[in-house]
Design a protein around this ligand. Sequence first.
Ligand code: NAD
Length: 406
Amino acid sequence: MFDGDFTRRRMIAVGGGVAAAGLLVQGAAALGQSTGPAATGKPMPDGVDLPANPPATVQPGSVGFAIIGLGDYALKQIMPRFAQSGRAHIAAIVSGNPAKLKQVGDAYGVPESARYSYDSFAQIATNPAVEAVYIILPTGLHAEWAERAFAAGKHVLCEKPMALSGAECERMIAASQRANRKLMIAYRCHFEPYNMAAMALMEDDAVGALRLIRTEHSYRMGPTTPSENWRVSRALAGGGPLEDYGIYGLQAALYLSGEMPESISAATYRPANDPRFAEIFAHVSAQLRFPSGATAHVVTSYDSAGLNMVEARGTEGVLKMQPATNYGGNTLTLEAGRNRQELTPGDSEVQFARQLDHLASAIRDNTPIITPGEMGLRDLRLIEAIYASAASGQTVRLNPDATMRR
Ligand code: NAD
């Protein structure tokens, strides 16, 4: 079992400055768990609707993507949304489960020569139809498979969180630079109309001077164990809910404030004798202080009644989103004095295709990526600072690039 005291002692021994996620993995190693998880085939998830007919012909100039990891998010959210993209199409798939590879490949019209196993992945280098790889694997596999994709000469779209530590993110950025290929993190809310409208309102000082941001991303996870579910495995999920779900609130705190925190204080909780939390935290609560004096309270839990909420309160009003960061059904309310406005800036569904088109444009037109690897690195550094603060019981002061001040 992972021991909070062990973490605290190690943290203090290294001055609280070592990457918390890296440290957590060291903790796992000390406990005899694997530190280098392998990609393996998994069964077809429940409730997947495969297309009855393969997608229509590819638009000229469209970018071919390989999808790696045919799990829940890939099959239910991402692969169906390629049909709404004008500039991206599925050119290849990668899975460790041959039956799933065939079933999904047939449904999406992927040629048999473009269906890869994890073992044959390197052959993708010789497939010119694939220009980008979309990594939708468990987080602990992102760094390794991004490096493999760059080694094969492909651009990379990587699911959030980018990786398990700042060090892994740095490796991925270096691999992208060596290969001279693009690296984008799939932070879909940057392409989602409600979150984009909230960003624009905050930029226009719609709530006056910002004082307080509150975010919560929580749900109650059913019974499970690390061997059954990668989301509760330290080697694949890091500390747990913060990397997986709370990262949306952390992101919102930054894109709504437009600031980087100068200090963080945080607390974590892990109940004893609960197999769900044998390796990860159940709750994480972090307080961020910005140079303007505004603060953000970022909360996430895998063990409380569900909430998906973002609120920004200023001297003149409050902006509320609940749900804030879902696939659909988000809301956005602006209250200032007696005025209450409910905004409906567009269909959230567009976020998925816009995200694909964004990388396609960066590849074709060399346009800048608004969610680059550097943003993923920034967020992992903040996550490390949150864990370092929680482990040491002390406020952690930050440099502008989110590294911890010694
Ligand atoms: P999932 O468990 O449903 O799918 C993961 C897939 O990865 C598996 O089906 C399997 O095909 C493959 N895999 C290879 N090696 C594996 C291993 N050792 N253990 C488990 N699976 C392995 O997970 P998911 O919900 O699809 O999440 C995958 C990624 O997508 C994660 O990075 C997650 O954070 C991200 N995600 C993002 C969003 C979003 O809204 N942006 C939503 C859900 C998930």
